[in-house]
Design a binder for this molecule. Structure first.
Ligand SMILES: *[C@@H]1O[C@H](CO)[C@@H](O)[C@H](O)[C@H]1NC(C)=O
Ligand SMILES: *[C@@H]1O[C@H](CO)[C@@H](O)[C@H](O)[C@H]1NC(C)=O
Ligand SMILES: *[C@@H]1O[C@H](CO)[C@@H](O)[C@H](O)[C@H]1NC(C)=O
Ligand SMILES: *[C@@H]1O[C@H](CO)[C@@H](O)[C@H](O)[C@H]1NC(C)=O
Ligand SMILES: *[C@@H]1O[C@H](CO)[C@@H](O)[C@H](O)[C@H]1NC(C)=O
Ligand SMILES: *[C@@H]1O[C@H](CO)[C@@H](O)[C@H](O)[C@H]1NC(C)=O
Ligand SMILES: *[C@@H]1O[C@H](CO)[C@@H](O)[C@H](O)[C@H]1NC(C)=O
Ligand SMILES: *[C@@H]1O[C@H](CO)[C@@H](O)[C@H](O)[C@H]1NC(C)=O
Ligand SMILES: *[C@@H]1O[C@H](CO)[C@@H](O)[C@H](O)[C@H]1NC(C)=O
Ligand SMILES: *[C@@H]1O[C@H](CO)[C@@H](O)[C@H](O)[C@H]1NC(C)=O
Ligand SMILES: *[C@@H]1O[C@H](CO)[C@@H](O)[C@H](O)[C@H]1NC(C)=O
Length: 570
């Protein structure tokens, strides 16, 4: 029988295996080669210089890769100096075949009675308690109040008073690759503490753990621009969720299979956004941008919830992309606590759209400029003097044969079954006899549900994916005051980068005409025999490179991005 200690150690070794695999180790079958036109993640040709990195900085990932046949590196400082090494702790806990588990052998009782009268209950002891309104335990004010009355929406028609992203002097066009940080060497081979503890039960290390006072404010231009972008996102969500509730009737909701209780849930999500907008405003200070007016793509409830699952996907992923790069750990702390809520919203909107709630093992992170590219086309105008952003707006990458989530047979999706041509706009409604929304058949129905199987998937490895992309130089965003741009470092489009889960995978682009081409959905799993990399609502970029990137250096792709889109996998 395994002890509990062994179980948690096995979990820890699983965490070590999560570290990105070194280019120089493992994956012999993938290295630098294209399988059916597909370039696999690690081992892209031209990146073998990673082998000059010190072995110890990749010790963790060599363990992760060992199950794939790579030799296990043991060149960490402790191991090299002959320190005690822990026993092999890999493998699963025994006991899942013919388990003796009497606690689980219960038979649901036949239903013979349900409560039918709901009057006064027994009384429990209680007192009157006053919520504090002042002092450090009194709540800070909200920046926005509960919405009253209608907001105006629609496209912007006018001339912007200013144009382009905020900028100063740009020192370079691309960021060069550097060796691993010399301090990135900690590796524990004996499972013991390696250093003195500051106090009992507290291991040495960590940031912000030495008693220095927290300061919940942005600490750099990077922080400021990231949180300002986050605030633009929170504001649209606040307006969007309320707007859907304002414009759709009880009958509209019911026709989409959503109950008044579901609508209350969306209403509560809008209130969560009041809190998030207040929090982010407080971390920015007096120049925090206010709420803007928006231009939405939906005309039905179903399109509304689909748009929400896409919008919250790039909102959430946008934060995962930058949160660990923030200078301010304090800001990262509070932001994580708000994005955990946003992640739940995303999942619920997927369920309301009849999609699998989370068909992935990991939620992906994307660079800020990607999130801004997806968001900006839905902002109509912002008030005079609104703080502007420094991020890039990439040209749109369209997927003409994007799968329609409302079809029971997504293979039958026609070209451009989208509410409009902005990349994050929802799928349109097919004819009733081709719709899955009111279909009560396992594997085919797609009405709101906790979970659904799709017998015919939305998309699949090897699917031909048609692509069209816009030229740079188009006006987008609030007041049409930003301009889509591509870096001067970018060459001709040659690859499609698929950003999903922990991975960036490339496929080759076949160009068929001006700004038109196709590729094939890649095959491949995050870990061997695990979940497919491509699934859920995810991101695709047209690039001139297949440079190897991992979640923490993904933004190095930006100077190579020619167009950016959303891909509806599933
Ligand atoms: C996906 O990313 C994980 C974590 O970086 C890595 O260990 C794994 O090898 C990657 N999978 C593929 C197929 O590239
Ligand atoms: C955007 O439009 C609003 C409303 O017309 C106006 O108040 C604001 O000054 C404009 N901002 C820019 C940057 O053009
Ligand atoms: C990104 O990080 C990975 C290590 O996780 C490294 O192998 C790769 O070379 C880096 N890419 C660039 C362009 O620096
Ligand atoms: C405490 O830790 C912070 C980083 O979290 C560091 O900047 C600061 O210098 C440390 N203070 C002392 C007294 O060591
Ligand atoms: C995507 O996830 C769903 C739900 O888990 C699964 O049925 C489907 O096979 C997955 N798609 C791919 C390409 O693996
Ligand atoms: C915008 O800024 C200008 C210049 O500082 C100022 O004159 C104007 O009153 C401001 N407008 C608003 C609505 O605050
Ligand atoms: C959808 O298309 C794929 C690829 O051509 C095919 O393998 C699959 O059988 C099709 N599904 C149905 C239900 O026809
Ligand atoms: C989107 O663009 C394509 C190609 O330009 C066009 O055929 C289609 O009608 C457009 N769809 C919408 C909803 O505007
Ligand atoms: C769906 O079909 C099942 C089996 O035929 C049936 O028991 C159930 O009541 C149906 N549900 C609805 C909402 O029609
Ligand atoms: C749902 O899909 C899973 C994975 O593809 C499959 O194992 C399971 O049998 C399916 N369940 C039903 C009820 O179809
Ligand atoms: C994906 O790759 C696996 C492993 O090589 C293979 O068995 C499977 O047939 C491939 N799927 C498709 C759709 O090409």
């Amino acid at each position: 029988m395994y002890t509990k200690t062994v179980i948690s150690s096995a979990l820890l070794s699983g965490l070590a295996a999560a570290a990105p695999a070194a280019t120089s180790q493992g994956w012999p079958s993938h290295e630098g080669h294209q399988v059916d036109g597909q370039v696999q993640g690690p081992g892209s040709a031209g990146y073998s210089h990673a082998s000059s990195y010190s072995h110890s900085s990749y010790a963790a990932s060599s363990h992760g890769a060992s199950s794939h046949g790579a030799s296990s590196a043991t060149t960490s400082p402790a191991a090299a100096s002959g320190t005690e090494v822990a026993a092999d702790q890999y493998g699963n806990v025994a006991g899942y075949s013919d388990a003796s588990a009497p606690f689980a052998s219960y038979t649901p009782e036949p239903l013979t009675a349900v409560p039918s009268s709901f009057g006064l209950d027994s009384a429990v002891p209680a007192i009157k308690t006053i919520a504090p309104s002042t002092g450090i335990y009194g709540p800070d004010p909200q920046r926005s109040s509960l919405p009253t009355g209608a907001t105006s929406h629609g496209p912007y028609s006018g001339e912007p008073t200013t144009t382009g992203a905020v900028s100063t002097v740009a020192i370079s066009v691309t960021i060069p690759t550097l060796p691993a940080n010399p301090t990135a060497t900690y590796y524990n081979t004996n499972g013991k503490l390696q250093n003195d503890q500051p106090i009992p039960y507290t291991p040495a290390g960590g940031l912000g753990t030495n008693g220095s006072l927290p300061r919940y404010m942005v600490e750099s231009d990077f922080d400021y621009e990231s949180i300002t972008l986050g605030l633009y996102q929170e504001w649209i969500e606040l307006d969007l969720f309320n707007n859907g509730i304002a414009v759709f009737s009880d009958e509209d909701w019911a026709a989409a299979g959503l109950t008044p209780e579901d609508v209350s849930l969306i209403s509560f999500m809008a209130q969560q956004e009041q809190g998030h907008a207040t929090l982010l405003s407080n971390m920015l200070g007096e120049t925090a941008p206010p709420q803007c007016t928006y231009d939405y793509p939906f005309t039905t409830v179903r399109e509304f919830v689909d748009f929400n699952q896409i919008l919250t996907r790039f909102g959430e992923s946008g934060v995962w992309g930058f949160i660990n790069h923030l200078d301010s750990r304090e800001v990262g702390q509070l932001l994580a606590q708000s994005i955990a809520t946003e992640a739940r919203q995303q999942m619920i909107f997927r369920q309301m759209s009849g999609l699998h709630p989370m068909p992935v093992w990991f939620e992906t992170g994307i660079p800020q400029s990607w999130a801004w590219t997806f968001l900006a086309p839905y902002i109509s105008s912002c008030p005079e003097n609104t703080t502007r952003l420094a991020w890039q707006n990439f040209p749109a990458l369209h997927v003409p044969n994007q799968a329609n989530i409302n079809r029971y047979s997504p293979n039958d999706t026609g070209l451009y079954e989208r509410a409009d041509n902005r990349t994050s706009s929802p799928a349109t409604m097919p004819p009733q006899d081709e719709s899955c929304i009111n279909l009560n058949k396992t594997g085919y129905g797609c009405g709101p549900a906790i979970g659904h199987n799709r017998s015919e998937p939305l998309s699949f490895a090897g699917k031909q994916v048609l692509l069209e992309w816009d030229a740079p130089g188009q006006a987008v965003g609030p007041n049409n005051s930003y301009v889509t741009a591509v870096s001067s470092a970018a060459g001709e489009p040659a690859y499609v980068a698929w950003a999903s889960q922990l991975n960036l995978t490339y496929t080759q682009l076949t160009v068929t005409g001006p700004n038109t081409g196709y590729t094939y959905q890649p095959n491949g799993t995050v870990y061997a025999d695990g979940a497919a990399i491509v699934n859920g609502t995810m991101f695709i970029a047209l690039t001139d490179t297949d440079m190897f990137l991992t979640p923490f250096n993904l933004s190095m792709i930006n100077p190579h991005v020619i167009a950016l889109g959303i891909y509806q996998a599933g």
